[in-house]
Ligand binder design. Sequence first.
Ligand code: PRP
Ligand code: URA
Length: 218
Amino acid sequence: MAIENIYGPEDGVFIQTHPLIQHKITMLRSVNTGTNEFRKLIEEIAMLMGFEALRDLPLEDIEVETPIEKCMSPVIAGKKLAIVPILRAGLGMVSGITALVPTAKIGHIGLYRDEVTHEPHEYYCKLPSPIEQRTIIVVDPMLATGGSGADAVTLIKQHGGVHIKFLCIIAAPEGIKKLHETHPDVEIYVGHLDRELNENAYICPGLGDAGDRIFGTK
Ligand code: PRP
Ligand code: URA
């Protein structure tokens, strides 16, 4: 059975359908999209997805004086958000989320995939402390085998993180399954669900190597 028929919002898996997100993902995929445009698209998609993922941020009323009269009006309660990009490619999504919530703290988790085994290896972890009370938004454009995403969430939990959401722009069915089964409490926001992984654990049709395309390496 197709994965979108197995996992849905009731499982905390939110596959995006907004036309703007779909349009920008198509531009992102194109082999003719250069580094500059690619970075802009990643940022814009992250902002659109962040808007959706932050729908449940708590509000509190404050008093405000308009030119007409005083009234009570809602603002975001507290400053309790942390953004955690998975290095390197997740870095490209951070500015899209901070455009929405400029006061968010930012942590970093460094993971790279072994080219042969495709297993993730940790090389860096620095998270805001204390992290227990924060809503944590983990960002990485690609959820392929799900190994990096699942390990990143495990690390955050080991540091005390509790309220965790995961944002990825393109996912393979295998990645959603792995992340959801390892961390069923984590909400997963997916820009587009792709068909499958190839023999090198790259997402098909995908967009290639997200880190290389953002940073112009290879
Ligand atoms: C990519 C991507 C994810 C990971 C996804 O990073 O940004 O972190 O692969 O693959 P997985 O779901 O199979 O773990 P990569 O390891 O290539 O590092 P980079 O961002 O530094 O290029
Ligand atoms: N990492 C990427 O950057 N792209 C893929 O397709 C899979 C993992």
